[in-house]
Design a binder for this molecule. Structure first.
Ligand SMILES: [Zn+2]
Length: 213
């Protein structure tokens, strides 16, 4: 009987030791993941953080571009001379001919949408969206062709909204580089280009044009 009691107590103690070891390990890995989060925290940017990051890019030595050699790059231009835009709101179709001002924007739409999706988790604390309403002839029936474009909308936590009309896939590449915290951006395939020459455009996109410096 005594033997069974001792055995039980021993098992209990062993169990506790294992348990405490587990908790210790969990705490350690917790600390590790907290360290790993640092880069994410940088991405949860306040306005000061954004201005500081812009200054860092401005004052950086222009790193040389790193061309990794041309990858097979497939242009997204459709074979036909027109582009049919389907409005996600009402399903209405608007056709843009090659001559239309909006043709370029409309044909880049998939790329723009994909880039915004990828940007969202990077640009923490900022709500990013594309406003493509102007492409739809039903949503905006009275617009002249020149006024049909896609806009990028940034909504900051402090309530500021920054719109950039006629946003391009390049713009979103600059922003992706910026919110990744580096001094360069991926231009095409694996090629890296410095952000410094793009800082004026970045300021426009981020709503920091004419602020500070
Ligand atoms: Zn519509």
């Amino acid at each position: 009987m005594l033997f069974i009691q001792i055995a039980l107590v021993t098992m209990l103690l062993l169990g506790l030791t294992v348990l405490s070891a587990c908790t210790k390990q969990a705490n350690q890995s917790d600390a590790k993941s907290k360290q790993a989060v640092t880069s994410e925290q940088i991405q949860a940017m306040s306005r000061e953080d954004i201005q500081r990051a812009l200054k860092r890019i401005e004052s950086s030595h222009t790193p040389t571009s790193q061309k990794m050699g041309a990858m097979c790059y497939e242009p997204v231009a459709p074979a036909s001379g027109y582009f049919e835009y389907v409005c996600p709101v009402d399903g209405d179709k608007t056709v843009f001919s090659l001559k239309s001002n909006a043709f370029d924007q409309a044909t880049h739409l998939q790329e723009l949408r994909g880039s915004v999706e990828r940007l969202r988790p990077l640009a923490k604390g900022i709500a990013l969206s594309l406003d493509e309403g102007r492409l739809c002839a039903k949503c905006h029936p009275a617009l002249p062709d020149a006024e049909r474009f896609v806009s990028l909308v940034l909504q900051y936590a402090d309530g500021r909204t920054v719109r950039t009309d006629r946003v391009t896939p390049e713009d979103l590449k600059y922003l992706t580089g910026f919110f990744s915290g580096g001094l360069s951006y991926l231009s095409q395939g694996p090629d890296q280009e410095p952000l410094k020459p793009k800082v004026a455009r970045l300021k426009e996109l981020l709503g920091e044009k004419g602020v500070g410096t």
